[in-house]
Design a protein around this ligand. Structure first.
Ligand SMILES: Cc1cc2nc3c(=O)[nH]c(=O)nc-3n(C[C@H](O)[C@H](O)[C@H](O)COP(=O)(O)OP(=O)(O)OC[C@H]3O[C@@H](n4cnc5c(N)ncnc54)[C@H](O)[C@@H]3O)c2cc1C
Length: 266
């Protein structure tokens, strides 16, 4: 829990910047302005509390942190399939309080002279892209591809001068996580010496993308790829499998580096 804390967020407002997104702005009381302001940090929110068990949690990205006011901005993608996050959102109003743990630092594309950073994201990773682009270093070349249903999405994102941005617009009838549009982009990245790759989205698409790139000679150390959600499976089940794998590795006295999220059988 280094540089992380468990604290309460008080919801101040709920807005709909896009039809598919609910933006929650909340306030926290923290002395850790530095870690909360870092690009691409996430929180684990305690969204449901069974009377006799552990809280059901979900992970969300801090899109923006206002250090002066302690304001945390989180964009929830609205999706079909009921889950704790969607239920929590339906009940949330200004004044609602929720416990959460964070800020957990997630990958940020490395600065690599002479190489371009490819960033591939679906809607759930747009808050991460927003935070990463808002802190983008001058002189680092990058290209972003986003698989989204929102035609006006790019206008809402920072536009650093060295970064090219592409929208892969999905039709409203196409379910998220099924288009393979990001996978198709990955197939155009043919020169491992020219690129590093950051990607986040549906687990199976991310797994396919990673194996396509490693198959083409990309080193694992040049890939930062994470599955954010799994089509047809709740994140509680993904968490259960991760915990079981963690226990298995611990029982075998293996180093925790042996736990690779991409290898979970889900
Ligand atoms: C590091 C990290 C950062 C993340 N940041 C964000 C973020 O900023 N914003 C965000 O919206 N999500 C983000 N996610 C993804 C989010 O945690 C999952 O989408 C989560 O499963 C939502 O929980 P739920 O309770 O709504 O649905 P669950 O109970 O997990 O799932 C119920 C059903 O809904 C489906 N489902 C879940 N998510 C989606 C989706 N996005 N689209 C379509 N179907 C879905 C599942 O496949 C399942 O069938 C992040 C995940 C990680 C690991």
């Amino acid at each position: 829990m280094r540089d992380m804390e468990r604290l309460e967020l008080t919801v101040l407002s709920l807005d709909r910047p896009f039809a598919s997104v609910m933006r929650v702005t909340g306030q926290i009381d923290t002395n850790m302005q530095g870690p909360w302001s870092a690009p691409n940090v996430a929180v684990r929110m305690e969204l449901e509390q069974p009377a006799d068990g552990r809280a059901t949690t979900r992970v969300y990205t801090v899109r923006h942190f206002d250090a002066a006011e302690g304001l945390v901005e989180i964009d929830f993608v609205l999706h079909e399939g009921d889950g704790p996050a969607m239920r929590w959102l339906r009940a949330a109003v200004p004044g609602t309080k929720v416990w959460m743990t964070g800020p957990r630092q997630h990958f940020v594309p490395p600065q690599t002279p002479g190489r371009r950073a490819a960033m591939l994201a679906d809607d759930t990773a747009v808050p991460a892209i927003h935070a990463i682009l808002a802190a983008w270093p001058d002189g680092q070349a990058g290209t972003v591809w986003i698989d989204s249903v929102e035609p006006d999405l790019l206008a809402s994102l920072p536009a650093p001068k060295d970064v090219t941005r592409h929208l892969l617009l999905r039709g409203p009838q196409d379910p998220p996580g099924t288009s393979q549009a990001l996978r198709a982009v990955a197939d155009t990245l043919t020169d491992p010496a020219a690129w590093t790759v950051w990607a986040a989205g549906e687990r199976q698409e991310m797994r396919d993308l990673r194996s396509a790139l490693t198959g083409r000679g990309f080193a694992r150390s040049d890939l930062q790829i994470l599955g954010y959600w799994r089509h047809g499976v709740s994140s509680s089940e993904v968490d259960r499998q991760r915990l079981a794998e963690y226990e298995r590795i611990r029982a075998m006295n293996l180093p925790m580096e042996a736990l690779d999220d991409a290898d979970l059988p889900i």
